[in-house]
Ligand binder design. Structure first.
Ligand code: 5AD
Ligand code: SF4
Length: 466
């Protein structure tokens, strides 16, 4: 699933019992995995306050859109959706429309002034207020809260799982971001970084295991800077990400553990050793590089050089020899030359990424780059460079899949393949999707699959006896 796609409508709600007279809420989510998880927190807050969730927009009393500001396209798409919701409201004026998340935070004023159909605007740290704000909106007031918090982690809220497969779940371990990459809007929309109490994380994962989940993905904008401090009497005790990862891995040896996203400047060898030590921590690291040019990395305020990044890759290869590595790349950042671009291409080659999300630079208002640098790479140059990057990654991804042919991997069965009712899909430890005939197996089981072939996006295999 492409979690950063601005046009990806990841989740449209799920059907709960709609035969009662509870008000029904439809939630649509854009953006990253954090947002998907936030929608689950929102669903939890609303259902404990007397609302029901529906996947049918035409059935809804409340339409909520959880939004993304990361690139301009993402915002344009959401504005289009709001207009469509306005059409629905025309036929059913009692419907309340709420804009949540990053765009609510960034564009509160514009939303309230220009989109009259919007009744409620709620930022990422104010979801607990949603029931009150919806009630206010029912009374004809605008329900607005975009206050950012230094403490809110929604630690005590058990997210209502909306993914439907009942096999893998996201667990937020921290919120916000302190990195201040010059291009990025997230520190402004999601506020300062704060970590969640490890006890509440462990409790949530234990509950998931009890409910039959077989995989968790620990989420944060920069998981490697996770840090929890606790005082026991006079003694201070710290839990860092490597400690947390171990705590979660120990909950159940057959629970798969993944995490995202890692920042190259903070990914320590401790984390790599923990990954190597526990069989159930998946061999995959998402390590956004953004650019292969140290000059551009400096302008991006990434706090590492090309050489530093490559040194991290060597450490991964040494400590976890069989580890998949994926990345994010921004092309056409301010002042990027052909030489800088070539350095990105050569770094991609050198690392041989298994997968990558690739984007054209999109200037975000008020970020450091927008204030201090000029968005001077012409659109057609950005497009051409992006095409070159995508083409190269296509080859690298294919190579990475071809290398798997003939090997067998443990696969967690996640669902029925979209293309064929007779096939399941699941993922290998490396986060690669595999499709294979069902045999006598069920969703949620682990099976060994021999890889026979691949398409550009998927591995094709058959179940083998271990
Ligand atoms: N323009 C383009 N891509 C961006 N990203 C973040 N901000 C921008 C921007 N202004 C990308 C980065 C990040 C991913 C989530 O989105 O690659 O890792
Ligand atoms: Fe997620 Fe917000 Fe970032 Fe979008 S801008 S990817 S919603 S954190």
């Amino acid at each position: 699933m492409d979690f950063y796609a601005e046009d990806a409508n990841i989740f449209e709600g799920f059907n709960s019992d709609t035969s009662d007279n509870r008000q029904k809420v439809y939630i649509e989510t854009y953006g990253c995995q954090m947002n998907v998880n936030d929608s689950e927190v929102i669903a939890s807050i609303l259902t404990t306050n007397g609302y029901a969730i529906t996947s049918n927009i035409h059935d809804a009393d409340v339409i909520l859109i959880n939004t993304c500001s990361i690139r301009e396209n993402a915002e344009v798409r959401v504005f289009g959706r709001i207009d469509l919701f306005g059409q629905i409201k025309k036929n059913k004026p009692s419907v309340l429309i709420g804009v949540l998340g990053c765009m609510a935070e960034r564009l509160k004023k514009q939303l309230l002034e220009q989109k009259k159909v919007v009744d409620v605007v709620v930022g990422p740290d104010a979801y607990r207020e949603l029931p009150i704000l919806l009630r206010a909106a029912e009374e004809g007031q605008k329900g607005v809260n975009v206050l950012l918090s230094r403490e809110e982690t929604y630690a005590d809220i058990s997210p209502v799982r909306l993914d439907k497969n009942g096999v893998s779940a996201f667990v937020s371990i921290m919120r916000g971001c302190n990195n201040m990459c010059s291009y990025c809007v997230v520190p402004y929309t999601r506020g300062a970084e704060r970590s969640r109490d490890p006890k509440s994380i462990v409790r949530e994962v234990e509950e998931l295991v009890k409910d039959g989940y077989r995989e968790v993905t620990l989420l944060g904008q920069n998981v490697n800077s996770y840090r929890w401090e606790e005082s026991k009497g006079m003694i201070k005790h710290f839990v860092n990400f490597s400690d947390l990862l171990e705590m979660v891995a120990l909950i159940n040896p057959s629970l798969r553990v993944r995490f995202s996203t890692s920042h190259p400047k903070d990914l320590t060898n401790d984390v790599l050793y923990t990954m190597a030590m526990y069989e159930n921590i998946c061999n995959h690291i998402h390590l956004p590089v953004q650019s292969g040019s140290s000059r551009i990395l400096k302008l991006m305020n990434r706090k590492y050089t090309r050489e530093d990044y490559l040194a991290r890759i060597s450490a991964i290869r040494e400590i976890i020899p069989d580890c998949a590595i994926s990345t994010d790349i921004i092309t056409g950042f301010c002042t990027e030359t052909e030489l800088d671009h070539d350095m990105t291409l050569s770094l991609m080659q050198e690392v041989g990424f298994d997968f990558a999300y690739m984007f054209k630079y999109s200037e975000r208002p008020n970020t450091k780059a927008a204030r201090l640098l000029s968005d001077d790479v012409p659109e057609e140059v950005k497009t051409r460079r992006l095409t070159e990057i995508i083409e190269l990654q296509g080859k690298l991804s294919e190579q990475s899949k071809r290398n798997d042919i003939g090997k067998s991997y443990e696969v967690l069965i996640e669902g029925v393949s979209k293309k064929s009712q007779d096939e399941f899909y699941g993922r290998t430890t490396h986060n690669k999707v595999v499709v294979f005939p069902k045999g006598n197996h069920k969703i949620g089981e682990f099976v060994f699959v021999e890889i026979l072939d691949c398409t550009p996006a998927t591995l094709i295999g058959k179940i083998v006896n271990e």
